[in-house]
Design a binder for this molecule. Structure first.
Ligand code: ZN
Length: 294
């Protein structure tokens, strides 16, 4: 067994287990200050660590994160706007408190990794996992590992086709305005429609626009990364009726240029929803820990 943490801005999910069918313990902790939160996390894992039931811990965390092992701030949450959490040595603190081997990745890479091991991404390498929720982010699994580079990919912040005449909304991203996240995230929806966003009817004309933004981004990812499958998760994607429109728009964007069955008649099997429901992230953290366990 290994330990896993899905570290989010509102809650930390902690788990001990070995796969989706074998979960020994699980707990949800409200995200408070780093000190308070990590103390509760420690209380949960300590008995498993001390008894030798687990020797490694995987963390999928909100970010931005430093995942470069050569860096002096490796394992830190870096420039997050979340109060109190900037420049927090999350990995070092957990190692120190629990005496475990600890590995860390972005929440979206962890979720992609979970889907790759046990969910809708099994057997698909490379795999793209995209979450469209409060924010938008992508995890990319290639050669059985999450992709890192100079930093970690920030797929929510690419620009998508935005016709200002059709949609004069200026976007909500504090850095880029109308990037993909700025236009199409749950936060953007709330800004557009207020508290009604949650209850926006399925036949509201806005959804046509939303599907076109998602499809525009997906077409770019397909052209650049050539994933063998794309998994769409996150709160906005609970609106399952969006999927056929997204598929149609992706095909329109690519316009037949990429001649592969997966992008033509097989597209329903190419763009899919998560196989692990809302457990992709925490199970991905378990899978990450397995990479470093003996
Ligand atoms: Zn942005």
């Amino acid at each position: 067994m290994t330990g896993g943490i899905e570290a989010g801005g509102t809650k930390f999910i902690c788990m001990v287990g070995s796969d989706p069918q074998h979960v020994e313990a699980e707990i949800r902790i409200r995200t408070e200050t780093p000190e308070k939160t990590l103390e509760k996390v420690t209380q949960f894992f300590k008995p498993f660590a001390e008894s030798g039931k687990i020797s490694s811990l995987g963390v999928g965390s909100f970010g931005p994160l430093d995942v470069n092992p050569e860096s002096p701030t490796y394992g830190f949450i870096t420039s997050t706007p979340k109060p109190g959490w900037r420049d927090v040595d999350l990995m070092g603190d957990l190692k120190h408190r629990l005496g475990l081997r600890v590995t860390m990745d972005t929440d979206v890479n962890a979720a992609g990794f979970g889907e790759f091991h046990w969910g809708a991404g099994k057997g698909y390498d490379p795999l793209l996992y995209l979450t469209i929720g409060t924010g938008i982010g992508g995890g990319y699994i290639k050669d059985r590992r999450p992709l890192h580079g100079l930093l970690t990919p920030e797929m929510g912040h690419i620009h998508v086709r935005h016709d200002l005449k059709e949609d004069p909304f200026e976007g909500v991203c504090p850095f880029h305005g109308d990037c993909f996240e700025g236009l199409a995230s749950g936060t953007a929806l709330s800004r557009r429609f207020g508290e009604n966003a949650e209850n926006l009817p399925d036949d509201h004309p806005f959804w046509e626009l939303e599907t076109s933004y998602i499809a525009s981004a997906l077409a770019s990812y397909i052209l650049v990364l050539s994933p063998k499958r794309i998994i769409l998760g996150g709160g906005v994607m609970h609106r399952r009726f969006l999927l056929p429109g997204i598929m149609k728009h992706v095909q329109q964007e690519l316009n037949g240029y990429l001649d592969h069955l997966s992008l033509l008649d097989g597209i329903q099997d190419y763009i899919v929803t998560p196989g692990l429901g809302n457990r992709s992230g925490i199970l991905g953290a378990i899978a990450l820990a397995q990479q470093i366990s003996k």
